[in-house]
Design a protein around this ligand. Structure first.
Ligand SMILES: [Fe+2]
Ligand SMILES: [Fe+2]
Length: 279
């Protein structure tokens, strides 16, 4: 067994918003082009990732034609990927387009599932509340989660969900935040096997120790919203470097998070290790 068999890597991309075009002074940004770059970026990482999770807002208007374009790109990934619902997503249309994804089933109206055959257990939650940009974890969804977590109390677990379960201090995204945070927190607190929760939605990077686990908010692989702590009516998109997150699970170390910026950035020239000063 070489070193690469000892760990397991999961790429997270989020908030693709395909179907939207954003005018910038430097020219129009078609977010489909951003997805192409994100897929290339994920495929360029070596050794290859083991899997990816796409944590919501795949298509900006939930249209079938856009999901088809999203699927054509995601299918280029060199490893399996799994989908989580976002507030811009449309469950029925997404299920129709991704009908070859057997885990996308609806026993009830929600698309929640577990992935059991990996070194770290993965649980995907559905925070979509149709007609609202705010998210929700209702009683039914939390009951399902509690049952799943109680099934395997010893197994390290990583939860994916679209909406962050905490207020970031940025009023604009917080106004579009999640209902049911407190009740969700009570469930999480009871289960120390949860290594982390990974979310998206705000299009910015944030991290919080919350109810005994770490919550990551991953930036969009398409575009960002600015760091704005004032209460503003609207927020313009910002052309910061888009990013993905990589989780590296090593049973001896734990779950390490790495943010990786999409794009070509210069390397400096190595000058060697400086000599320690002599006295
Ligand atoms: Fe989004
Ligand atoms: Fe969102």
């Amino acid at each position: 067994m070489d070193d690469f068999d000892k760990y397991f890597t999961i790429g997270q991309i989020t908030d693709l918003h395909v179907g939207r075009k954003i005018p910038f002074p430097s020219g129009e940004m078609d977010l489909f082009d951003r997805l192409v770059k994100a897929v290339d970026h994920l495929n360029s990482i070596g050794p290859p990732l083991d899997m990816a999770v796409v944590s919501g807002d795949l298509a900006n208007h939930g249209k079938e034609e856009d999901y088809l374009r999203v699927k054509s790109e995601l299918d280029r990934l060199n490893f399996p990927y799994f989908i989580v619902m976002g507030n811009h997503d449309q469950r029925e249309t997404l299920l129709k387009v991704f009908s070859d994804h057997p885990y996308l089933v609806t026993d009830d109206e929600f698309i929640q599932y577990t992935i059991e055959d990996k070194p770290i257990r993965i649980i995907a939650l559905d925070t979509l509340e149709p007609g609202s940009h705010r998210g929700l974890l209702c009683e039914a969804r939390l009951k399902w989660l509690e049952e799943k977590l109680s099934e395997q109390k010893e197994r390290p677990t990583l939860i994916f969900m679209h909406h962050p379960p905490f207020d970031t201090g940025m009023p604009y995204p917080d106004n579009l935040g999640m209902n049911g945070k407190k009740e969700f927190g009570k469930v999480i607190k009871k289960h120390p096997q949860i290594e982390a929760i990974a979310s998206g939605h705000t299009h910015r990077d944030s991290v919080l120790l919350w109810n005994g686990t770490v919550v990551y908010v991953t930036p969009s692989s398409a575009f960002s919203y600015g760091l704005e702590f004032h209460d503003v009516d609207d927020l313009d998109p910002l052309n910061e470097p888009p990013a993905i997150r990589i989780f590296r699970w090593d049973a001896e170390v734990g779950l390490v998070s790495h943010l990786s910026f999409i794009g070509n950035y210069e390397y400096g020239i190595t000058e060697g290790v400086p000599e320690p000063p002599k006295n």
